[in-house]
Write a protein that binds this ligand. Structure first.
Ligand code: GLU
Length: 468
């Protein structure tokens, strides 16, 4: 199998004009897996040639998102904007070899040619006016590539199979703009070659570029790499992925309390499969990844599945790591200074069912907020804190006040004795206490809830409930 030869060198080449989204992250992941599986190299290239729209902040955020996902690159990232001289050197070479030419047609003239072609039912293209004029450099001139006028261009895509197009379908593309800057297709080919890239994996929206790029590889005398184009990610409605359906900055998943391994597992399965396995550790992905498992049809984003995987990884994670993440979630809500041991007691209470760390923080915040900020759910109060329940709660308050130890087992012992003595059942005391100390009817186990709150907060909250 040649497509994952041990020499595989891949790259991810984001343009820092927009944040890293699911599609880009998945392209990066697949490229990374392809290289890691083969024991090869994975490079990062920042395609920052659009100076007006590129920003350092976005570049930094893309690197941060990749790092968060564990997609590590080899060597320093290459900045395409610093390689302009190299790109131009190769354009000059094509000019010298008669494979490219200067063109003085203005954009308006080219648009008019296209219009004419359209009107005559032909493919709208540049009409080759300057192709054989042997013009030299000059103001406002561009350099165009001499695309072969006959024959076909064909390659075998590792995902899409053989793709063939008549050369007459392709334009004499511009290689150098009037301001002297190289265009995308030329820059990418020179960079991929210089970086030793053997496998180019990217979104299928680049297939048209690939056909043009193969011509450039050949004209420049560079070996042509293997290409794998992955289908786009759709929303659940089969339309373009919208913000509501997941088209957001990858770092927003982090703030929403998604674990990186859940997102990596999710992205890996979005367009790649290995038998019917759903859960993959990163090590397994590296071991099993192969382009043969890539699907050639579009994948649809499914938030429920991502949340399902996230719950799985939350359950699997160790408490200390989740405590750190929970502290970050609390900090984002303005709740700071919670002590470590409380966090580590809270996490296991929510770990079996939390879908995200944000959800865990929302539900667990009640343990950390000031007692006077506990919001009592009106319905719960009406239903649970009846006169009878309040009178029982008074007794329990006094009993709790007398306890020396407030850990779970001491609480369990004391409350069990109390129930036996007064002939009341667990359900008679559990909900009233729960509503009193959390304001609502749903919380972790009763004894755990009281133990996490501690004596002072439990009593203060019961007192508040008694005076509602
Ligand atoms: N910079 C291009 C983009 O963000 C990717 C180019 C490539 O992968 O060749 O779409």
């Amino acid at each position: 199998m040649t497509n994952t030869a041990s020499s595989a060198v891949t790259r991810f080449a984001p343009s820092p004009t927009g944040h890293l989204h699911l599609g880009g992250a998945r392209t990066a992941l697949f490229s990374w897996l392809l290289a890691r599986h083969a024991g090869g190299r994975f490079h990062l290239r920042i395609e920052d040639t659009d100076k007006a729209r590129s920003s350092h902040e976005i570049t930094a955020a893309i690197l941060e998102a990749l790092t968060w996902l564990g997609i590590t690159w080899d060597g320093e990232p290459v900045h395409q904007s610093l390689r302009e001289d190299e790109h131009n050197r190769h354009i000059d070479r094509l000019l010298d070899e008669g494979k490219a030419y200067w063109c003085e047609c203005t954009p308006e003239e080219v648009e008019a040619m296209r219009e004419r072609a359209r009107a005559e039912g032909r493919k709208p293209k540049y009409d080759l006016t300057c192709r054989e004029r042997n013009l030299g450099p000059g103001e406002n001139r561009v350099v165009r590539f001499k695309t072969p006028l006959t024959g076909k261009i064909s390659y075998k895509d590792l995902v899409k199979g053989t793709i063939t197009v008549d050369n007459t379908e392709l334009d004499d593309m511009i290689l150098r703009r009037p301001d002297g800057s190289p265009t995308y297709n030329l820059a990418v080919v020179v960079d991929d070659h210089d970086m030793g890239v053997t496998h180019v994996l990217r979104g299928e929206d680049h297939i048209n570029n690939t056909l043009r790029q193969i011509h450039l590889y050949e004209a420049l005398g560079f070996p042509v790499p293997a290409f794998a184009h992955v289908p786009l990610i759709h929303g659940p409605d089969k339309k373009k992925l919208s913000k509501r359906h997941g088209a957001q900055n990858i770092l927003e998943y982090r703030s929403q309390g998604i674990l990186p391994e859940a997102l990596v597992n999710y992205l890996a399965r979005l367009g790649w499969s290995h038998k019917d396995q759903e859960i993959f550790s990163v090590d397994e992905l590296v071991e099993l990844f192969n382009v043969d498992g890539l699907s050639s049809s579009a994948a649809a984003f499914d938030l429920e599945k991502l949340l399902w995987l996230n719950s799985h990884y939350i359950k699997e994670s160790d408490v200390s790591r989740l405590a750190d993440l929970l502290a970050e979630q609390f900090a984002a809500r303005g709740i700071t200074g919670c002590d470590r041991s409380t966090l580590e007691k809270i996490v296991p209470q929510y770990q079996p069912r939390a879908k995200t760390m944000a959800e865990m923080a929302d539900e667990a915040a009640v343990f950390l907020i000031a007692d006077e900020d506990v919001e009592y759910d009106e319905k719960a109060v009406r239903k649970v804190l009846t006169d009878e329940a309040l009178s029982r709660l008074r007794d329990i308050r006094n009993l709790l006040a007398d306890l020396d130890s407030f850990d779970e087992s001491a609480l369990e012992r004391a409350l069990n004795e109390h129930m036996e003595r007064s002939g009341i059942g667990f359900k008679d005391i559990a909900q009233p206490i729960r509503v009193a100390v959390t304001g609502r009817t749903r919380s972790p186990g009763l004894f755990e809830t009281l133990a996490i709150l501690g004596k002072a907060k439990s009593l203060a909250r019961i007192d508040r409930a008694l005076s509602l």
